[in-house]
Design a protein around this ligand. Sequence first.
Ligand code: MD3
Ligand code: FE
Length: 209
Amino acid sequence: MRQGSLLSLPEEVAADVWLLPQFTSAQALWGDLQAVAAQAPFRHMMTHTGYPVAAAMTNCGELGWTSDVNGYAYRPQDPVNGKPWPVIPPAWLSLAREAAAVAGYADFQPDVCLVNRYAVGAGMGRHADNSERDFSQPIVSVSLGLPTRFAWWGDEPAGAGRNLLLQDGDVLVWGKSARLGFHAVRPVPAGRHPVCGEFRFNLTFRKAG
Ligand code: MD3
Ligand code: FE
């Protein structure tokens, strides 16, 4: 079954950055999100700085993104319970593959879906996603729930960056020249979403291994 919306008009918002507005919705993915979180609960991971990550996180897939006082790594097991991460729900995998295909990646095979949960006021500082093995693969990001501003810079993290408002159901695909770009998530403004309540969620599909 097709997962993404045919009514979503893809737009290349910057070189090799594709926005698929309202390609999906929290409503469509909510049941699977609850099931993933029941098997691998959201938690605030520690960083090497001794401060926790502001977003609560979990994963599904063959690998999951983890961080502790020793640094971050992709791992096949959830360090909280020692079990493999839940599988990526089939509807999520189809969605990510359809989005990647729209952006020109014919055979995206993600092995990680990192799920970030931002409470009101939480954000993510400027960084680049560079610990995956194969940078020819894109990253697909699905935003759910409360809207927030997203900023990106490209390869040189100087100046104010460019801002983009990400709303429920928006999908971003970035690869090639944008794959190692610096980006940040601005603190989530107060609000209430009918499905997600006072949270923003983001699913990031990656090929890490
Ligand atoms: C880079 N998460 O988990 S959008 C992360 O909203 C992360 O939670 C974001 O960054 C979030 O590492 C996912 C990521 C994104 C979107 C567009 C970009 C990164 C980009 C455009 C250019 C470069
Ligand atoms: Fe990132």
